[in-house]
Ligand binder design. Structure first.
Ligand SMILES: Nc1nc2c(c(=O)[nH]1)N[C@H]1C(S)=C(S)[C@@H](COP(=O)(O)O)O[C@H]1N2
Ligand SMILES: [Mo]
Length: 259
């Protein structure tokens, strides 16, 4: 045993090849178990940490919130998502996510309900929105699942919409909440991002009314964020200083989901 320890702590130059191999093996195992132990302990600690924060562990949530504050400092109206020529847009964009759009749509009576600070509700049709300037955008639509596609959408800029409807009290709030008519899918968006010049209330894809499974009659297109925030089939819109509930946030994803 004494021999063993003198071998481990001896200078390499004093050791024979066999002793050197023994020393290196012992050191490797020592660090292997040290790191494996640390990883295991860390994993246990994370698992047992309380789950009070919505959807994920507080430590992980803190990491997401830190990312968010960094992202926010980069975002401005001048920071535009890259746009592409029309010819680059795919003709048959992938359909992804059916939450809140499985229920039948009463398309004849559909209106977007905009809940005002006064408590009143504005009821807005697609025709109302079509009277406002139309904006086309071709951009790389990115889903958190790892796919992306260059797609072509059109509608009214959110900022043009709020101006036309005089929603100044509303846009003084910090967040906009959007939900499908059946409340099956809902998102919260921070005011700077929804007021970004590339964010549109979208009623067309590839120059035609939206297909039913892609949000007909109206969806959000917000190129500064991941796909999860591009809510299809808008039913209600409201404004709040608190974060509105968010479907994927509640399931552990990043609230901000910025790009
Ligand atoms: N109502 C509703 N909107 C939704 C979803 C959903 O499940 N329900 N999924 C989101 C996700 S995760 C993505 S990637 C995009 C996909 O849009 P697409 O189906 O037009 O490709 O829609 C978003 N909007
Ligand atoms: Mo997605």
């Amino acid at each position: 045993m004494a021999n063993f320890f003198t071998t481990i702590f001896a200078k390499n130059s004093k050791l024979s090849t066999d002793q050197l191999i023994l020393k290196k093996t012992v050191i490797s195992f020592f660090f292997f178990f040290l790191f494996a132990g640390a990883a295991f302990w860390g994993w246990k600690w994370l698992r047992h940490e309380s789950t009070s924060a919505k959807g994920t562990r507080p430590l992980l949530r803190n990491v997401l919130n830190t990312n968010e504050s960094i992202f926010k400092t980069f975002l401005s109206g001048k920071n535009l998502a890259k746009e592409y020529p029309l010819s680059k847009a795919v003709s048959n964009p992938r359909v992804n996510g059916y939450e809140g759009i499985r229920s039948p749509l009463d398309s004849a009576n559909w209106k977007m309900n905009v809940i005002l600070q006064s408590g009143d509700t504005l009821k807005i049709t697609v025709e109302d929105l079509q009277k406002l300037p139309k904006t086309d955008i071709v951009f790389d639509f990115k889903c958190i699942e790892g796919w992306s596609q260059v797609t072509h959408w059109a509608g009214v800029r959110f900022r043009d919409f709020v101006k036309a409807f005089g929603l100044t009290d509303e846009t003084a709030k910090k967040y906009v909440g959007l939900a499908t008519p059946d409340n099956g899918y809902y998102v919260g968006i921070d005011m700077p991002c929804i007021m970004h010049p590339q964010t549109i209330l979208c009623y067309e894809m590839n120059g035609k009314p939206l297909p039913l499974n892609q949000g007909y009659p109206l969806r959000l297109i917000i190129p500064v964020k991941y796909g999860i925030k591009h809510l299809k089939r808008i039913g209600t819109m409201y404004f709040d200083n608190k974060r509105p509930p968010d479907y994927w946030y509640e399931r552990g994803y990043d609230y901000f989901s910025g790009l």
